[in-house]
Design a protein around this ligand. Structure first.
Ligand SMILES: [Zn+2]
Length: 99
């Protein structure tokens, strides 16, 4: 998953920008983030047609930014997850599942 960081003030963003919203610098670096920590979880039962009937939305913290991702299984707060992009949303799975 791509993340952008300001070289000047270290602010991070998920969207590509031409300038940092914090300091207006145009020195933004693109880098990859592959894991994060779960802050909290919500289970969804009413989901869009192209997605499973139920899944979890997790709020993830990674490298100073917070964002949401989707998971087919429940993952507890404080657990580490691997991130991947699927179509245009972010998916994740618990790192414990990969061992
Ligand atoms: Zn900045």
């Amino acid at each position: 998953m791509k993340v952008y960081r300001c070289e000047n003030c270290s602010s991070s963003f998920l969207e590509k920008r031409s300038r940092c919203y914090n300091c207006r610098s145009d020195r933004l670096l693109e880098y990859d983030v592959s894991s994060g920590i779960v802050l909290d979880t919500v289970q969804l039962f009413a989901t869009p047609d192209n997605l499973p009937e139920t899944y979890y939305i997790l709020r993830i913290s990674s490298d100073g930014i917070t964002f949401f991702c989707r998971s087919p299984t429940q993952i507890g707060e404080g657990e580490k997850v691997s991130l991947m992009e699927d179509d245009n949303s972010i998916c994740c799975k618990a790192e414990r599942d990969q061992i």
